[in-house]
Write a protein that binds this ligand. Sequence first.
Ligand code: NAD
Length: 710
Amino acid sequence: MNDIQLEVSGGIATLKLDARGAAVNTVSPPWIEEMMSVFEALKVDATVRGVIIASAKPTFMAGADLKYILGRMADIDEAEGFAFSQRGTALHRLIETCGKPVVAVIEGPALGGGYELALACTRRIVADLPQAVVGLPEVHVGLLPGSGGTQRLPRLVGVERALEVLLQGRSYAPEAALELGLVDERVPAGAVLDAARRWIGSTPDPVRAWDRKGFALEQSDGLLKPPTAALFQQATGSLLAKYGCNYPAPVSILSCVFEGVQVPIEAGLRIESRHFARLIANPVSRNIIRTGFVNKGRAQAGARRPEGVPKATVRKLGILGAGMMGAGIAYAAARAGIEVVLLDTSMEAASKGVQYSAKLLSKETARGRRSEADAASILNRITPVVDYAALAEVDLVVEAVFEDTAVKAEVTRKAQAVIRPDVLFASNTSTLPISRLAEAFARPQHFIGLHFFSPVERMELVEVILGRRTEPAALAQALDFVAQIRKTPIVVNDARGFYTSRVFQTLIHEGMALLAEGVAPALIENAARQAGLPVGPLALLDEVSLALPLKIVRQAMAEDAAYVRPATADVLELMAERLGRGGRKTGQGFYEYPPEGSKRLWRGLGEHFPVRDRQPDVEEVKKRILYVQSIETARCLEEGVLTHPADADLGAVLGWAFPAWTGGTLSLIETVGIGVFVEECERLAACYGARFAPTRQLREMAHSGAGFSY
Ligand code: NAD
């Protein structure tokens, strides 16, 4: 017995899931084999009348171990994926056909494979505890429940409800779970085992409804009845509207249910395994799991933190500048229990920064997400000030004043005069080189970039930028602070635009390049959205305001002799300066914003950027928009701005919503295949310009067959 404790008493076998040396129970091949042998034995043990499956850990079962799945994904093909799914399916089938009533007793989360196990039991009893949630979240990792979930759930609760649970991937607390029929009984905590024994004592029929002769779903008479069948058409439409064609999992789930409920369960289970196999062999699920879960988790756990540096805790934080970013950082820190001194040039400006938190907190209390007392204590932690003396006791300073080297230098010197001599100083600059800003600070080894994203309360990424002289202990301290405020860090080296701002520029400039070439604006915007971006590059430009990229171009021209002015700067100058269309803030940009109704592309665009007769294929436009970002990322890696591929991917997906299905800018290259990507980039470079030229490193990788080392 390894991961399962077995106890038989009074004719009832109780299995307690207890994965050795692990915090949670997860589904793994060894566990499946162990459960198989336990159930083979119980099936033929005449002294056992019924079985209870419980957990010795706080979770019932968390489903598959994503790190394990990711490890297998490197080389799994459809045949292996099918066999993998069928083995779990065989276990669940053995449980439900063992001829004895089996009860799942759920006192902690039963998610994914954990809930599928519960579905294979004759009855599900849940403890009335908020943490005892059930659900099938596989859709969120680009997969589907592959051991019977898509087949048992519709047979248990009906097609419509099952689709909702499977496609939304939510967790359901006991009350909702009971209401939806996801569990059969809800009992007070501590009474679950008794309830299970009582039910087994009532000698229930252990045969599942779908294994009885003549079973038919209410929604079917062999074939699905028209109203239910029509549901699938509607659902397909809304899934396409929501995900485009980039995410295969939701549509596979629909297919599994549609095909599976019209055949006997055994055939349905094989259909499910076939769809599962296709998904697990498809890079999209690997991309989502690798970036969105595994690498994100590693970053949060301090993957890039230098070793041997004692952990630092910020008790009091000084923020210079109470504008949009300073105010947002103050809120994030106060929410994490940190005292904040928020400094600006006037008490009015500093207090306005505090008001930002007050507004967010009052929204949270109005929605019942936070108590009044809690909100008040968070707000009390933020003190608006104008006097630098208030910074005397801070453990860290974050500077968020205007994006201007001289202004930043002035506040840096003033803060330095009062802070303790070991305090870390961080700048939230989005573009100014950190090593240059550090020149205003007497201890450049204690100077670092902490680039937050707007709005701070919603954006979880922080790009940590190392100056030339930043020391490892300073990085460790900065990462401890990022963890303290529960954000996700990436670590990059100093360069113009660092990583995120630099690659983001290529996205918006490509949008303008397409426009200037005569590509229809609607085609540009729709292609970007079809590729999976939340909005098109022209809409993005309007949001960030055209003045910002224009300023970045001009600054680079002034400071960097090697910088080549992009032709698209003409588009910015024409729009923002000659036509006065500076973006949403100015009321007009590439879009017009009628006071009533929704925004629409500006009708006058055609006059300044005539649309040419022959339009490119939408796939070509999508490719340009995505590849230009990937190739710039590859340059950042080659130049050493980025040192880890995981940082590139995480920064892209979390920083500027690069499509999650790609796994990030570098994962996209792997998804396409490095060789194919290099060839395509050569073609694009020949057609549209050197910005698409593949890097030396990529060419070498294509030649040697090497991949990125994640
Ligand atoms: P903002 O204009 O909203 O706020 C700047 C604040 O700094 C203002 O309240 C201003 O009064 C204050 N300030 C100016 N000079 C000061 C001085 N000498 N002493 C004290 N306070 C002073 O700007 P923001 O959008 O919050 O940006 C702040 C910094 O964050 C910039 O470096 C910007 O590049 C960077 N940033 C901005 C974003 C964004 O999306 N807005 C994102 C990431 C980083």
